[in-house]
Ligand binder design. Structure first.
Ligand code: ATP
Ligand code: MG
Length: 375
């Protein structure tokens, strides 16, 4: 799929902007704080219905303006479509898809994007919750049934946790756990099985990407870690194991008031050449690792939807060495993935690289032309 045009009115630092995108590489060059990320954010917003930087829509409205808008033209299997978002300071935003009002639920899936932003390093450096969320989002895009199972699991978990507190306060009997444990175990087993399967596929794809970017120097491996299995190997099936573990941990769970075992406590371990990336990876290796995971999302979405998503790369160049930058650009070019990329310096792109340069300065975007931007 491709994005063809973007129109912004009173959005962030843009009073008015109209852009047409090229089908391959779109390079946004400018100094700090000029509005490069704002453009990527607008495209991301149109695809996902929310920003990766702000939780409230009112922050998106240009200062002192009463409201603003984003309009995105895009092609899906060659058919042109249009999305319009209108924001107000004091009212809820509206979304229109080809002129028809829709809810955010209907929006999901219309435009697929994969974003790489500097904060994504948290995927490797941060807490396990971020890695679980990444995995869950990846699987949910492909399998709505998984998404529904997650909702069910979380509801059961909340119910068991409330019960644990009631038992602790002696407002409920311990035998009530026997009612909830098997249900939670069944749902936990379904989620874990699906995650194990996805990590297997993902491990292969991400490793392919890591090798590509590092010029065959590095092997990336992603392994799923089931909480509790390090002390108590899984014998038999997952459902039985979970039930056994939940039963056994009942006393401690009551004491703590939360459930200590289950997919809500699992993690994925990411290693490069056998070394844990989180603890021992260099900054550049970690950056490459996140990038490899993001790029494997491209393949994953393509295998599900039949088209590559749009790739949004914010500030990715500054932390990769010249070799890795070159590998990344040639991969994107080879596969014909439409990419929007920001950088502060055009020197990151060599003269020969096919790409169109947009110059971003103080909320305006100037000219685009083949090859290196002049002056
Ligand atoms: P960097 O290279 O530092 O990442 P950038 O070009 O990506 O810079 P952006 O994050 O796109 O910069 O834009 C930041 C600019 O937008 C800042 O000057 C900020 O003050 C401005 N800005 C952010 N929100 C609003 C808003 N609601 N109204 C007006 N201006 C805003
Ligand atoms: Mg930026």
């Amino acid at each position: 799929m491709k994005v063809s045009s973007l129109k912004l009115v009173d959005y962030r630092n843009y009073e008015k902007l109209e852009l047409k995108f090229y089908d391959d590489l779109n390079i946004f060059i400018g100094c700090n704080a000029q509005g490069k990320t704002n453009i990527l954010e607008a495209v991301y917003y149109a695809a996902c219905g929310s920003s990766f930087r702000s939780s409230t829509d009112s922050e998106l409205v240009r200062w002192n303006a009463p409201g603003g808008s984003i309009s995105l033209g895009f092609q899906r299997f060659g058919v042109e479509n249009q999305l319009d978002f209108t924001f107000y300071r004091d009212k809820r935003r509206t979304i229109a898809y080809n002129g028809r009002k829709i809810s955010v639920k209907e929006l999901i899936g219309a435009v697929n994007v994969v974003l790489f932003a500097p904060d994504d390093l948290q995927l490797i450096k941060g807490a396990p919750a971020g890695r679980r969320r990444f995995l869950d989002m990846e699987i949910s895009q492909a399998s709505p049934a998984y998404y529904h199972e997650l909702i069910k699991y979380n509801r059961l978990l909340q119910q068991r946790n409330s019960l644990l507190k009631e038992i602790r306060e002696r407002r409920a009997g311990r035998d009530m756990l026997e009612y909830w444990n098997p249900q939670l175990a069944e749902s936990a087993a379904k989620i874990t099985a699906k995650r194990l399967e996805a990590v297997k596929k993902f491990n292969m794809l991400a490793n392919l990407m890591q090798k590509r970017i590092s010029g065959n120097e590095e092997n990336l491996s992603i392994a799923y870690q089931i909480k509790g299995s390090e002390n108590e190997p899984i014998a038999g099936n997952l459902k039985i194991w979970y039930n056994e573990m939940l039963t056994r941990s009942g006393e401690e769970d009551v004491y703590r008031g939360v459930t200590g075992i289950g997919p809500h406590r699992d993690d994925i371990i990411i290693s490069v050449n056998g070394i844990n990336l989180r603890s021992f990876g260099s900054q550049g290796q970690q950056r490459t690792g996140v990038l490899a995971m993001k790029l494997s999302e491209l393949e994953f979405i393509r295998s599900e939807t039949g088209e590559y998503p749009i790739l949004l790369l914010d500030d990715v160049m500054s932390e990769l060495d010249a070799g890795r930058r070159q590998q990344l650009l040639s991969f994107i070019g080879r596969e014909g993935i439409q990419t929007l990329i920001t950088a502060t310096d055009e020197a990151y792109f060599d003269m020969q690289s096919v790409g169109r340069y947009f110059r971003v300065a103080a909320g305006s975007v100037a000219g685009a032309g083949y090859g290196k931007a002049d002056g």
